[in-house]
Ligand binder design. Structure first.
Ligand code: ADP
Ligand code: 5GP
Length: 271
């Protein structure tokens, strides 16, 4: 049976890798495509685990040889997905998850419209800035120029949210993990007739709540804060608002498990 291709995109620092790592611990039968990149390893990253790290010359050789199913330049570096990842997942009959930027996602959707696409949003610019700083601090030094660069790119990436089938707001981590898991299970159920155990109805409801078409109310304040909708105007981010947003983030910069508390931050309609 052919596997399902999942694409996940988000502004850098939204928590996409954290979410994906949590979901991979919970679900089997889904492979993660390790991308190629010309950027340098960060923190504890290892070659072949988070990325295949390579030089520009080698990356360009691979482009010329047609080895990538998509590639793009992001923050001044090349990133690309090897065709071999998809071939391997197909041979194994596994689902494949691609963590790629909005340009790469558009390329994949054009050639494989059946792919399931998921966009992850941070709750607001303050939280995104804190996460970018925390991650930078955990890597040994807060690189403010890099934090600023990624923050200023966020609104441009978020403008593409409507191209994606599902939208997640990564506020409380355990809720976002549950939502991502529900999307994978619901798609397996609809496409492969895969049975969902006793929680089935709930899982389908959670996934349906994340469909872009059902997310407009939930998204409005997020899009306004990033200057995509409403009075702030295009591209003007708001760092005003509830200080608790920032304080509620783990100042150590690490999320070691699904530690968010879904019940105390938002109403249950979002589940
Ligand atoms: P991305 O892969 O989207 O660039 P990361 O997964 O590296 O982002 O997350 C950025 C930072 O935010 C990390 O320090 C991570 O531990 C933290 N983080 C991720 N999700 C949450 C969350 N829901 N609540 C608090 N911190 C989070
Ligand atoms: P980071 O440097 O923070 O790991 O990733 C920066 C951006 O590159 C993220 O938006 C991430 O999704 C994207 N990215 C990672 N791998 C790929 C890839 O193979 N292709 C494309 N197009 N983008 C990628």
């Amino acid at each position: 049976m052919a596997g399902i291709l999942f694409i996940i995109s988000a502004p850098s620092g939204s928590g996409k890798s954290t979410l994906v790592n949590e979901v991979r611990k919970q679900l089997s039968g889904i492979e993660f495509s390790v991308s190629w990149t010309t950027r340098a390893p960060r923190g504890s990253e290892e070659d072949g685990r988070e990325y295949h790290f390579t030089s520009r010359a080698e990356f360009e050789r691979r482009i010329a040889a047609g080895e990538f199913m998509e590639h793009a330049e992001v923050f001044g570096n090349y990133y690309g997905t090897a065709r071999a990842s998809l071939d391997q997942a197909r041979r194994d009959g596994h689902d494949l998850l691609l963590d790629i930027d909005v340009q790469g996602a558009a390329q994949v959707r054009a050639s494989m419209p059946e792919a399931v696409s998921i966009f992850v949003l941070p709750p607001n610019p303050r939280v995104l800035r804190t996460r970018l700083r925390n991650r930078s601090r955990a890597e040994g030094v807060v690189n403010e120029a890099e934090v600023y660069r990624r923050l200023s790119e966020a609104s441009r990436e978020i403008e593409n949210y409507h191209e994606y089938g599902y939208i997640l707001v990564n506020d409380a981590l355990d809720r976002a993990v549950a939502q991502l898991e529900a999307i994978v299970q619901a798609e397996r159920f609809y496409r492969n007739d895969e049975p969902i155990a006793f929680r089935s109805r709930r899982v389908l409801e959670v996934a349906a709540g994340c469909l872009q078409a059902n997310s407009q109310q939930r998204l409005k304040p997020v899009l306004e804060a990033f200057g995509i909708l409403g009075p702030m105007g295009q591209g003007k981010m708001s760092f005003d608002g509830d200080l608790e947003d920032e304080d509620s983030e783990d100042e150590s910069g690490e999320v070691s498990g699904a530690t968010g508390s879904p019940d105390n931050k938002e109403d249950s309609n979002d589940h």
